[in-house]
Design a binder for this molecule. Structure first.
Ligand code: ADP
Length: 514
């Protein structure tokens, strides 16, 4: 910068002065005092305008009255160049105005030209003033840049926090120590059905207070627990919240204090998780245990009763004895099947299922299943219809598992179809897939259960007409289909019937013979 190097280089001075004598006096001064000025002298505003447009000066000394303008006009064009006003005696008022307008300094010209004596100091002062002003300006600029940078950083952090909170799969509610809501993310909005702008600043109890899912009594809010313990607290495993629309949602809630570095508690942050699915699985497991116990006990009780009768009744006819033994045989089969299903499920769960891959005749497999269930269908007066295409191709897989899959589907169709209904089994080839259809004219499955029937232990709740079962059959079917790289679909209409469709990939010619 010129000003900083001023000690080594000359000051570039512009003198705007229309009086030739004053111009000469200035030049004399520079010469006599050996001032280190590299100066330019112009005699009018127009000339000043021209030179200021192309040249930079460290200081401009400008006479107030120029033929074609005034020093104020020059000041307007000077930009960063410090301007020193030169006014005549008695023009102090102008000098004041000039300072207000941005001049760095002024000198009052006197007839004896004594003002020239102080001119060098005035120039030095103006330069020093400019240096300070520049430094100040630089400091302001730096400060401004810093503030801008910090503000942007804060904005970014704020946005990151907002995006993080938004993308969290859990609900987040933060409150201050007066329990006023200060933060409420999207999931919290979805769970409570309140919008953030509606609850901001409200006491949290108005929006969120857990109830006991079983008794419906208000539970202790984890937020209140944190307020008294000042530690992280978890709600009960029976908590539920009532949303704005009155709907109940099972939740798991954890609240933790928000602390400053010095430990002072500023508020509480609560994380809410929708645990409907987990609670449903728990319920299903409990149902399963009672269902299995019941299913095991029923045939066992019958077996025990018939055996006791046979043992006690020595006069029993051979025919009755045979009938009882047949029942015992059937009930033992039931028990065996149930235990096998349980074992299959546990094998699937532990991943130790044995699975062979052999070419098989699917028509024969379906026929074996049909002959096994024909008697059962006949006793219910259910018509069994079969429609198997000729060109099925050769399925590669585990014959035992495929048979158990068809058996489960056909067994269910017969089980859930009232007397005199119809069960149809069809098989065809579609492209490189084998499509097996099992449809019935039975009870049907409610829409809301369709996505759950393949879950382990799930059974459609049919008040008054619950049909025995374990809820394991379709889970096993789905696993078998998956093992063969296929898929299963279901369509159903309540009280009209259901159709289960299995798609299994058939090997391509090349794959079959490699
Ligand atoms: P289970 O038959 O032992 O109850 P599954 O896993 O085979 O168990 O079936 C699960 C549930 O799906 C059954 O309890 C039943 O409610 C429903 N379901 C399965 N197949 C049918 C069908 N063909 N018609 C109506 N409901 C069915």
């Amino acid at each position: 910068m010129e000003i900083e190097n001023a000690e080594n280089s000359k000051y570039r001075i512009l003198l705007v002065e229309d009086d030739k004598i004053d111009q000469a006096a200035f030049e004399r001064l520079v010469k006599q005092q050996g001032l280190s000025y590299d100066y330019t002298i112009v005699g009018s505003f127009t000339q000043a305008k021209g030179i200021l447009a192309s040249t930079r000066f460290d200081v401009a000394i400008v006479d107030y009255l120029l033929g074609d303008g005034t020093a104020f006009d020059v000041l307007q064009l000077a930009n960063d160049t410090p301007v020193i006003f030169a006014t005549g005696a008695g023009d102090e008022e102008i000098a004041v105005k000039a300072m207000k307008a941005g001049a760095y300094d002024y000198i009052i010209k006197d007839a004896q030209r004594n003002y020239l004596k102080i001119l060098p100091q005035v120039v030095e002062k103006a330069l020093a003033h400019k240096k300070t002003a520049d430094a100040l300006k630089q400091y302001h600029n730096n400060l401004e840049a810093l503030v801008k940078e910090r503000t942007e950083q804060l904005e970014e952090e704020k946005e990151l926090l907002a995006v993080t909170l938004c993308s969290m799969s859990d609900g987040v509610i933060a409150v201050d120590v007066q329990k006023r809501i200060i933060l409420f993310n999207k999931v919290a909005e979805n769970l409570t059905k309140w919008k953030y702008h509606e609850v901001q600043g409200k006491i949290v109890d108005e929006i969120f207070h857990p109830i006991d899912e079983k008794t419906k009594n208000p539970g202790e809010s984890p937020i209140d627990k944190v307020l008294s313990s000042r530690e992280t607290e978890t709600g009960s495993d029976r908590d539920a919240l009532i949303a704005r629309d009155g709907r109940e949602c099972p939740i798991s809630a954890t609240a933790a204090p928000i602390r400053k570095n010095d430990g002072t508690m500023l508020g509480i942050v609560t994380v809410l998780r929708d645990v409907s699915r987990e609670r449903e699985i728990d319920r299903m497991k409990t149902d399963f245990i009672s269902s299995v116990t019941h299913e095991l006990r029923t045939p066992l009780t019958a077996i025990k009763a018939y055996i006791t009768t046979i043992l006690r009744d020595h006069d029993m006819t051979e025919q009755t004895k045979q009938e009882f033994l047949t029942i015992i045989d059937e009930e033992s089969d039931l028990l065996k099947n149930l235990i096998e299903a349980l074992l299959e499920v546990s094998r699937i769960e532990s991943g130790t299922v044995k699975f062979s891959r052999e070419p098989m005749d699917i028509t024969a497999v379906i026929e074996q299943v049909l002959s096994a269930v024909r008697q059962l269908a006949d006793t219910k007066g259910i018509q069994l219809k079969v429609d198997i295409a000729d060109n099925l191709g050769v399925l590669q897989g585990d014959e035992g598992k495929i048979q158990s899959m068809v058996m489960n589907l056909v067994g269910n169709a017969i089980k859930f179809t009232p007397e005199n209904g119809r069960v149809t089994i069809s098989a065809r080839r579609a492209g490189c897939e084998l499509v097996i259809n099992v449809s019935d004219t039975g009870l049907g499955i409610p829409k809301e259960s369709l996505s759950k029937i393949f879950d382990r232990f799930y059974r459609v709740h049919r008040p008054g007409k619950q049909i025995k079962g374990t809820g394991l059959g379709l889970a096993i079917v789905k696993e078998i289909v998956n093992m063969h790289g296929g898929r299963i679909e279901v369509e159903s209409e309540l009280d009209k019937g259901s159709t289960f469709t299995v798609f299994l990939p058939l090997p391509t010619q090349t794959a079959l013979y490699v």
